[in-house]
Design a binder for this molecule. Structure first.
Ligand code: HEM
Length: 490
């Protein structure tokens, strides 16, 4: 007789309490369930099937090795209408083919070429600050990320068109990922909700009705309006790129607009629009949330910030300039960001829906279940990280020990791992290198220990009240250059 599939233990809390536990204070809720049930447990949320969360190494390794045909990504609980042909929702070969379209935009050579511009963008932001300015880290990094996306996706650095793109991207993302939209999608089923939104978008586009931009009583109305306008701009750009047909162009939209499918046909405009806006959304709140936690660690640990400062200055003096690429590879800075993503990852887990009964570790999990490697608890496992697991200690990344893909997974893993990982890391390292070198901040986090409570924003875990900082002083761009040192000592 074949064994019967079975779900790991379920908390006694009713579905709404469980949803609340995930929405506000998700880390505490994960720890509470771990204390009660150990490394693997099942949550059942309103309108959704069972979700098995695990920090068991054997089980995570099996999840990372799942074959494409064993999982169904179209069930992902995202409310935003990216178009169902987007990489995130595709399955099987279609998914792998789709990734191949996107990945060339993030290859090493392209990233190398972009590092300098990323640095210019950060410099423009820093140069505009003065002592006393109050900034909320996630929103600040969100804004820098939009500047980077305008450059990498559309090759736009300044001007009206860029500002219009930024406005539409930001407002569409805010509307499309609001709590209301997540709630509605979980009530009717996310895929159905997205398809319904997509029909509205196509109808408006065909009728040339971009909408009035007003929210009104219908919460989805503005999201549809904004998407129609955003997609219109992308469509214009796709047509212009195709008319130019210039193989020298390397920004992401040009790569997608000129890409062909397996039959040698150009991708449909809707498909290119879908992938483009997927990339906008993929990097935005994720980077904002990651940066918010990192900023809090650095505020709590001025000694760490000072070491980053010194490492960057040393690099400048060695290279004779701020070499953004070299800076983005500095070992101590890299270790500090890793350590922040270890203890305070922006994604608590990543999800795989099982199409069939599947043996994962010691559990035979039934078909239809969602399984999630629990990033937060995995990163806090003393069996992997040792007895000082809860300490923020960048040195653990420098002592020669390498952590396995199943032990450190802030960007997910396996064949669906984050495609933007290298770009996101590069961008965050350049930003925080320049903050440490040039800006002194103050904040309520100085002298504190422990992290503020978390809440979900756009599917990411962020500090409940943001991470507000005040600019204390801004050093000149020349800070740390040899000439500057000589000037000071003269
Ligand atoms: C610190 C920043 C970021 C974090 C923490 C992050 C995290 C993640 C995670 C956890 C996943 C799920 C992976 C899985 O299921 O195994 C993911 C997927 C994805 N990310 Fe990121 N991400 C970040 C930045 C970016 C950026 C900058 C982009 C693009 C510009 C991007 C594009 C994507 C895409 C397209 C996917 C879906 C991949 C697929 O389904 O095959 N991400 N990301």
């Amino acid at each position: 007789m074949s064994p019967t599939p079975k779900l790991p233990p379920v908390p006694k809390d009713n579905k709404f309490r469980q949803a609340l536990g995930l929405g506000i204070g998700i880390w505490d809720y994960m720890e509470k369930n771990q204390r009660e049930f150990g490394d693997t447990f099942t949550l059942t949320l309103p309108g959704q099937g069972p979700m098995v969360w695990t920090s068991n190494q054997k089980m995570i390794k099996d999840i990372l090795n799942l074959k494409l045909e064993q999982i169904d990504a179209s069930l992902v609980q995202l409310p935003m209408d990216l178009g169902e042909q987007n990489t995130v929702f595709l399955n099987d070969k279609a998914h792998q083919d789709s990734r191949k379209l996107v990945i060339p935009s993030f290859n090493t050579n392209r990233l190398k070429a972009r590092a300098g511009v990323m640095h210019d963008i950060v410099t423009e932001h820093i140069n505009s600050w003065k002592p006393g300015d109050k900034l909320n880290t996630p929103r600040l990094i969100g804004d820098i990320t939009l500047d980077v996306i305008c450059y990498t996706l559309f090759n736009l650095r300044h001007g009206e068109r860029k500002e219009r793109y930024k406005y539409l991207m930001l407002h569409w993302m805010l509307e499309a990922t609001s709590d209301t939209m997540f709630t509605m999608a979980s009530m009717v089923g996310a895929r159905r909700f997205r398809q319904w939104m997509h029909k509205k978008y196509l109808k408006r586009t065909a009728a040339r009705q971009p909408g009035d931009g007003k929210k009104g009583l219908l919460p989805w109305k503005r999201a549809v309006d904004l998407k129609v306008q955003l997609a219109d701009m992308v469509r214009e750009d796709i047509r212009a790129i195709r008319a130019r047909n210039d193989a020298e162009e390397t920004h992401t939209l040009s790569i997608l607009a000129r890409a062909t499918d397996e039959n040698g046909q150009l991708l449909s405009e809707e498909r290119v629009i879908s992938e483009s806006i997927g990339l906008m959304i993929g990097g935005h709140e994720t980077s904002a949330a990651t940066a918010a936690w990192f900023m809090i660690w650095l505020q709590q640990r001025p000694d760490v910030n000072k070491k980053i400062h010194d490492e960057v200055i040393e690099s400048i003096q060695k290279e004779g300039k701020f070499d953004a690429l070299k800076v983005s590879e500095l070992p101590y800075l890299t270790a500090c960001l890793n350590e922040s993503q270890r203890l305070t990852p922006s994604a608590v887990g990543f999800i795989r829906w099982l199409r069939e009964d599947t043996q994962l570790g010691d559990w035979l999990i039934p078909a239809g279940t969602a399984v999630l490697p629990n990033i937060y608890l995995t990163h806090r496992d003393p069996a992997t990280y040792g007895p000082d697991v809860l300490e923020y200690k960048p040195e653990r990344w420098l002592d020669g020990r390498k952590f396995q893909p199943s032990e450190f997974l802030p960007f997910g893993g396996g064949r669906r791992a984050c495609v933007g990982m290298n770009q996101a890391r590069q961008q965050l390292r350049i930003i925080f290198a320049e903050f440490a070198r040039r800006v002194e901040f103050t904040s309520e986090f100085q002298g504190t220990t422990g992290m503020p409570r978390s809440r979900m924003i756009g599917g990411q875990t962020e500090p409940e009240k943001g991470a507000w900082i005040t600019v204390k002083s801004v050093r000149p761009e020349s800070h740390g250059f040899i000439e500057e040192k000589q000037k000071l000592s003269a």
